[in-house]
Design a binder for this molecule. Structure first.
Ligand code: SF4
Ligand code: SF4
Length: 146
């Protein structure tokens, strides 16, 4: 399930959205992913994060792909172009304590912004990470060399 980032409740907020540069909550899409546990799981994530504008994070709600891409309905003045019929996830998003207060990165337990980031984490997490392709089970479905 996708989500808009909403962190712990605090308070304050009047006109916060008016001050929010580029409406931060309209600049991305999230998609929940299964919790990665095996080296193959992380190897797949490495492929995904190798693509432009794909980040990965983990917070209290689990693991997520983060696609950094501005919503096409965001107007140049920072307003929503389909405000009256905007999707439910946008309606439910509170500005009580949001991306304006803490970035997704700072609000996450784990945050990976690219291949090197995640690869470094995998090396620490799995002793045999750099030798994974030598494992029999990894070679089984390997494509022939060209
Ligand atoms: S809800 Fe938060 S992130 Fe979204 S526009 Fe308002 S202040 Fe910015
Ligand atoms: S539909 Fe509107 S509120 Fe929702 S992300 Fe797009 S611009 Fe923002």
């Amino acid at each position: 399930m996708a989500k808009k980032i909403k962190l712990k409740e605090l308070s304050e907020a009047v006109n916060k959205c008016d001050r929010c540069h580029k409406s931060k909550c309209c600049q991305y899409v999230t998609q929940n992913i299964d919790k990665p546990t095996t080296m193959k799981d992380f190897d797949l994530l490495l492929w995904q994060i190798s693509h432009k504008n794909i980040h990965i994070f983990k917070d209290d709600d689990g693991w997520f792909l983060l696609v950094l891409s501005q919503c096409t309905h965001l107007q140049s003045d920072g307003r929503c172009g389909i405000y009256e019929v905007r999707p439910l996830i946008c309606r439910d998003h509170s500005n009580d304590y949001c991306e304006y207060d803490v970035s997704i990165k700072d609000g996450s337990d784990l945050y990976f912004s690219g291949y090197d980031d995640l690869n470094t984490y995998c090396r620490k997490r799995f002793k045999s990470w750099d030798k994974r392709f030598q494992k029999k089970s990894w070679k089984k479905n390997a494509a022939p060399m060209v």
